[in-house]
Ligand binder design. Structure first.
Ligand code: ATP
Ligand code: ATP
Ligand code: MG
Ligand code: MG
Ligand code: MG
Ligand code: MG
Ligand code: MG
Length: 261
């Protein structure tokens, strides 16, 4: 302990091992609610889809895009959100721990601050938390495959959960409902919903079926500014927007070419 003053900072720092995420790749930070099965029960979320809970998630994602300018696109469903950073982002020097921790803590804190706005009648009973991970996708094709995978997952889960909760609400136990649905295909699930419950799956709210995309769009009519010399110039404006679109098909990406370029 007498030698404490002799410790060289370079020596202590040398134990920190941290790679940078690969340059010129799309970084995706995916966050996911920790134990939201329990969180959604404790807070009596409507099953299978609590619309206000999804609106709260979306509002937090909008806040994340407003806070972190390098995020160009995000996609969310259930208790998860994927945030895509532009390819050449240097945020946190592309270090995974910096990026993941900053986005996860900002999202979690925002979720708590905004809770009252979306659930004015419900007290927040304990602190929700989210985990996060960073993955690099080396081409826009592979990034699109990733996003398609998340949207397919949203669809499969939603279809299953819609059937499951209809069976449970109609009197089956959770185990019975699970057994009943085991091995059923998409078609069979759609038929079950239509024939037993009169539900046309394709008519369910689009947010439940497609999830939510939050991204930047360039404003059409550029706002004109004046510089110090009084000369006017057009500054390209962008705003953050929320849509529930099909991001698997080409049409979305063709309509928004600036996102992946
Ligand atoms: P983990 O900590 O491993 O992520 P988890 O309990 O959060 O565990 P997930 O696979 O992430 O498990 O699933 C999230 C669960 O949260 C869903 O199964 C669902 O029960 C619940 N949930 C999340 N959002 C909603 C919502 N908007 N409406 C109803 N339930 C929701
Ligand atoms: P970064 O986002 O890079 O971390 P930062 O502004 O948070 O930037 P830090 O190096 O983390 O910079 O320093 C934290 C700063 O926060 C301190 O310099 C100090 O000004 C302030 N701070 C933190 N805790 C306290 C505290 N308990 N009392 C007063 N000031 C504090
Ligand atoms: Mg998880
Ligand atoms: Mg979860
Ligand atoms: Mg989840
Ligand atoms: Mg710091
Ligand atoms: Mg700091």
């Amino acid at each position: 302990a007498e030698d404490i003053g002799k410790i060289k900072p370079e020596y202590v720092r040398s134990f920190l091992f941290e790679n940078k995420l690969m340059a010129s790749t799309w970084i995706v930070i995916r966050i996911d609610g920790c134990h939201f099965h329990r969180f959604s029960e404790v807070h009596e979320f409507e099953k299978p889809n609590d619309e206000q809970a999804l609106n709260l998630m979306n509002s937090c994602a909008v806040a994340v895009l407003e806070e972190f300018q390098d995020i160009i696109f995000s996609y969310g469903a259930s208790d998860e959100y994927s945030f895509v950073l532009k390819m050449d982002s240097q945020l946190y020097h592309r270090r995974a721990s910096g990026l993941v921790s900053a986005i996860v803590s900002f999202f979690s804190a925002t979720y708590i601050v905004k809770w009252k706005e979306f659930f004015p009648q419900k007290a927040l009973k304990y602190s929700p938390s989210f985990d996060g991970r960073a993955v690099c996708y080396p081409s826009s094709k592979i990034l699109r495959d990733y996003l398609s995978w998340r949207q397919v997952d949203c669809h499969i889960n939603n279809q299953y959960n819609t059937c499951f909760w209809m069976l449970v609400k109609s009197g089956k136990s959770k185990t019975e409902a699970q057994t009943y649905l085991k091995g059923t295909q998409t078609r069979e699930k759609n038929d079950l919903l239509l024939q037993q419950f009169g539900i046309d799956y394709s008519k369910l709210p689009v947010m439940f079926r497609h999830g939510s995309s939050v991204f930047r769009v360039k404003e059409e009519n550029n706002v004109t500014h004046e510089n110090e010399n009084g000369a006017s110039f057009a500054k390209p404006q962008s705003r953050v927007t929320l849509e529930h679109c099909n991001i698997i098909e080409d049409s979305f990406w063709k309509a928004h070419p600036s996102i992946l370029n």
